[in-house]
Design a protein around this ligand. Structure first.
Ligand SMILES: [Zn+2]
Length: 379
């Protein structure tokens, strides 16, 4: 009944969702005008706006209006936080480590180790780079020199920052991603809430779930960052390179040469990839069904196990599959290799064994037994 008439409903307003959208407008105003007197009064009284999404303890003496506002932030899987993007202008108003300004994640969550020895954990984006001529160069400052084993994470962080630069002519700003001009409106928010919380679109909250879980995986950080880029469709596969205007001989899949190489094909739909997932499932002795997105595949795959330990192992294997397929694809392109499912499977086994053995305390088992009988570790 609450769907629009065009969609076959009666167009009756869902009062609860409409109220969320109205309250969302207030939050949006607070975020846009932190310098206004009324916003400062609210900050002093109740806390800073930037910590809105973490604001779980509302002062008992707070007004009903304020309680409603904080309440709406926690509804629908933090819908407002999730759909509002921090965009970088001059980088002076956005915290480098603690705000979500890059790919929907806080760098603090991705690199907790680096954060622990950052020179200023509260630094803003602009503090972490300088202009050299007309080029912005990132210089993240540390309290001490990173150790050798931390160097790789530092490089991965710099890889993530590569290509991003501050724009000195404008301030940092917020963008509501469901409007072409990036401006929040009650109408667009209501429409989105209706579709999302109403149950039609679950993709986005699933994405958040996957990202949260992915960063906890005990694989090397560069592999996690790669998986994160895959889920965001932001990695150099052929179809995405073409969109960016890179000239290529062809855009066919490097494994099968039959279809366009896009993220879904490369990591799920390609016959070679599909067979690899099947072989991995056989090896682990689990039955799987294949959904039609990588996000769903991750959620499904990591929930195969009944116990927590299983989901940890399965996460590692999932990352190992994606990473091994990618490296194999690069060998084919750059070293004239040939498609070899068996080789990929062996690499998946070896990598997952190494990662689990080196990262899980008290977990030590032989490669041979992992290779031939991984189900021992799932029971
Ligand atoms: Zn293919």
């Amino acid at each position: 009944m609450c769907k629009s008439k065009v969609e076959g409903g009666l167009g009756i307003k869902d009062v609860k969702l409409f109220n969320w959208a109205l309250l969302g407008k207030w939050v949006w105003r607070c975020m846009l005008s932190p310098g206004m007197l009324w916003a400062k009064v609210l900050h002093d009284r109740y806390g800073r706006i930037e910590s809105f999404s973490n604001c779980s303890n509302v002062d008992r003496r707070a007004s009903w209006w304020w309680k409603d506002i904080v309440g709406v932030l926690q509804q629908g899987n933090f819908w407002l936080d999730e759909k509002t993007e921090r965009c970088i202008g001059d980088g002076t108003m956005t915290r480098f480590w603690e705000n979500k300004w890059i790919g929907g994640v806080c760098l603090f969550d991705v690199f907790p180790r680096l954060y622990s020895f950052a020179l200023d954990p509260l630094s803003v984006v602009a503090d972490n780079g300088t202009w050299e001529g007309s080029t912005w160069v990132w210089h993240v400052n540390w309290r001490r020199e990173p150790f050798v084993h931390e160097g790789r994470s530092v490089n991965t962080l710099l890889d993530m920052l590569q290509g991003l630069q501050v724009i000195s002519s404008r301030q940092d700003y917020w963008r509501w991603i469901y409007d072409k001009d990036g401006v929040f409106s009650v109408k667009s928010a209501y429409l989105w809430l209706q579709r999302s919380v109403g149950g039609e679109l679950r993709y986005s909250s699933d994405f958040q779930l996957v990202i949260k879980s992915l960063w906890k995986c005990k694989a090397p950080i560069k592999c996690l960052v790669f998986c994160w880029q895959v889920l965001l469709n932001a990695f150099p596969c052929k179809s995405l390179l073409q969109v960016r205007g890179v000239e290529l001989d062809n855009n066919f899949c490097s494994f099968c040469s039959l279809f366009v190489e896009d993220p879904l094909h490369l990591f799920l739909m390609c016959p070679m990839t599909f067979n690899t997932w099947l072989a991995v499932a056989n090896w682990l002795e689990v039955a799987v069904v294949f959904p039609n997105s990588l996000i769903s595949l991750y959620l499904y795959w990591t929930n195969l196990g009944i116990y927590k330990k299983h989901s940890h192992f399965l996460r590692v294997v999932w990352v190992s599959v994606i990473w091994s397929l990618w490296l194999h694809r690069n060998v084919i392109i750059f070293q004239q290799g040939t498609t070899n499912c068996k080789e990929v499977l062996d690499n998946i086994k070896l990598r997952s064994w190494k990662w689990i053995n080196s990262s899980v305390p008290g977990c030590s088992f032989s490669y041979t037994s992992w290779y031939y009988n991984p189900s021992l570790y799932f029971s």
